[in-house]
Design a protein around this ligand. Sequence first.
Ligand code: AMP
Ligand code: MG
Length: 485
Amino acid sequence: MTLAQTTSNKNSSNPFVSLNYEPALESLGNDYYDEVAAAEFQEHILRWRNNSLLPQLGLDPQAVTDEDFIVAFGKFESRKPLLALRYHGYQFGEYNPRLGDGRGFLYGQVRGTDGELYDFGTKGSGTTPYSRGGDGMLTLKGGLREVLAAEALHHMGVRTSRCLSMIETGLSLWRGDEPSPTRSCVMVRMSRSHIRFGTFERLHYLRRPDLTKKLLDHVIEQYYQHLISEQNQYAVFYAELVKRVAKLAAQWMTAGFCHAVLNTDNMSITGESFDYGPYGFIPTYQPYFTAAYFDYYRRYCYSQQPAICKLNLEMLQEALKAVIDPSDMDAALASFDQHYHSEYCSLMFKKLGFDQLTDPEAAELLNLTIQFLQDSQVGYHLFFYEMARTFSSKWRDEPGLVMATSDIVPPSGASEIFDNWCILYHKMLNNYHPDQMDVIAQNLARHNPKTVLLRPLIESVWEPISQEDNWQPFSELIKLIQSGG
Ligand code: AMP
Ligand code: MG
């Protein structure tokens, strides 16, 4: 990128305004977006700033003021063009050609200190040509829920977008799924691209293979750089996307996370997790746990997520076949289950404290763990946290000591399976030298946080905000999440 291609405003003292923005998407031409204007708000109260992201942008948190956030991401001063991206998508299985950024825009793209290209995307910043009669706004509770989900998932090892800021904007909104009137905000999301499966689906719908190829070249150049020298780079790209999405599904499942709205406009072409609306973390192991109240047929329930991801990848083939050989894509998709399974097993094994999957009993232990969690309905997260909290090298001595001091009390119907689980876990520990017990304790501590965003916890920090504008519990919760507590 030459200096002439960047669009920074070096004269501004606002560090966000003077960042070196790269017009990566903009330079593709206006077939992919519309230029829009931001809404003007009467009020701007900075409610959240993610200082932990600033070093990644080359910024010192101490040198960035709250007013800098407000001027950049509440008033949108000195930043042009603002781009509403065009996309379509399959929503609950039905094709919808009337989508697109309806309440947000691409604010700018910035190269991180890690060399990756990041998008700043707004949510709740006003109407666009794609608002379809909506108000273009985001509720404060909706913003807060996305901030929390992104931080929690990030700290649980999920490859996710994160939020940079949340600014309350003083409007009263009416929503069917929140007590109304309810408060408003603009949230800024930092992600590795907002190009979605649905962005390509739109180009197929419009019968524009030329634009598909151009966008695919852009995606590979920016987000799959290591594939550029590959002979069959388009096919290899799709195979890599399959792997990334399988891995992401495994990360969600291990984290006990249900995204809730896995429409193809919510699937990133970089395989990153993003867009957190009615999501939920499972309280206990329930395959049919469904987070969105409007998902009547449980299409996007917890256990369906890998299958839905695979289906979305399959539907994407239709949009990509203008450029990629369908038989290559079929062959790549055929390995989805295997990638998913090996990733899921390895992540779950880590939650159980172990580094390698080579133990002969590994698969049996995983099966038994899931069966116990399902039969007993003890808390999914509580079970693993209690393992981490009470683990002792003495567990290696006899099965009766495993989980003996934990708060896990299996119901009578699941006590036999619990005993079997303890016997097997004890046996597994004996595959390791006593000196390795510390490593197991560290793994358990690292992969099983105490604080998990179950619905009552989110409500418990929202209530003081909605009732007395008390942000203290929210700040404390974010600190806990960010410290892995
Ligand atoms: P989502 O459910 O957030 O993934 O949004 C699906 C589509 O609806 C996207 O095109 C959004 O931009 C649009 N949308 C959602 N809420 C609103 C709103 N309040 N105003 C305008 N568009 C919206
Ligand atoms: Mg969306």
